[in-house]
Design a binder for this molecule. Structure first.
Ligand SMILES: Nc1ncnc2c1ncn2[C@@H]1O[C@H](COP(=O)(O)OP(=O)(O)O)[C@@H](O)[C@H]1O
Ligand SMILES: [Mg+2]
Length: 232
């Protein structure tokens, strides 16, 4: 098992305002697997992703990557883990507004010891001709592609995507999903993608359903569909 998520619990607040968001989450993910994590809004998807990404910490349980528990890593090791092994894509693109498209992707490259070629990535993502523009001169889809470029240029083992198409229209969403699918196939990165769009589960190797702080369902999808053939 490449990623082992075991007994993860997380609460926010205390006393009357205490919210038990994750109540004991167990998930196993193989290397190169494309996982889609489904759940209604407020079900704890982002919280779980942030714990996997080492942005937040769990109250109980552990995350182990390739046999090493993230909680056993010291601050420096955790930073290195995030820097070298993880790519993160958010719903809002979080680009640096006064850097151009190429420079935004280069930000990711600087963090890695073995980055992919920035120009190659810009070409793959259809951004090469726009590389000297600022983010606000591009469409939402192009900005999200830039954010994908910044995440994958590090050549991460694990790509965490939190509602990456949440702010995009139907056609642009499908384009972005196809790109994430390409990243999974081309670089064999392990992907955990959060969504509340049920149709997206069809492109996954593994589907994980979260509700009320527990995993309701976790199964290998036997009838995988290409992102281009998704419909909703
Ligand atoms: N830092 C926080 N402090 C307090 N409550 C939080 C915090 N982060 C998330 N929550 C609460 O935890 C619940 C799950 O949030 P979240 O993980 O963002 O859900 P999802 O991503 O599935 O929509 C929500 O009720 C949210 O209000
Ligand atoms: Mg969320």
């Amino acid at each position: 098992m490449f990623i082992e998520i075991k007994g993860i619990k997380k609460s926010f607040g205390s006393g009357e305002s205490r919210a038990d968001v994750l109540k004991g989450i167990d998930i196993g993910i193989d290397k190169g697997e494309f996982c889609v994590l489904l759940g209604p809004s407020g079900s704890g998807k982002s919280t779980l992703l942030n714990i996997i990404g080492g942005i937040d910490s769990a109250d109980e349980g552990y995350i182990s990557i390739n046999g090493e528990k993230t909680a056993d890593m010291n601050e420096k090791a955790l930073t290195m883990y995030r820097r070298k092994h993880l790519g993160y894509i958010f719903q809002m693109y979080n680009l640096i507004p006064n850097l151009n498209i190429k420079e935004n992707v280069e930000v990711g490259a600087y963090l890695s010891d073995n980055p992919l070629d920035v120009d190659d990535i810009l070409k793959t993502l259809g951004l090469y001709e726009h590389r000297h523009k600022l983010p606000n001169q591009l469409s939402g889809g192009q900005q999200q592609r830039t954010a994908i470029g910044r995440a994958i240029v590090k050549n991460p083992d694990i790509l965490l995507c939190d509602e990456p198409t949440g702010a995009l229209d139907y056609n642009t969403s499908k384009e972005i999903l196809q790109l994430i699918e390409t990243v999974n196939q081309k670089y064999n990165s392990t992907i955990i993608m959060v969504t509340h769009n049920d149709a997206i589960k069809n492109m996954a190797d593994k589907v994980i359903k979260l509700r009320d702080g527990v995993i309701r369902k976790q199964y290998v999808n036997q009838t995988k569909v290409a992102a281009a053939d998704l419909d909703w």
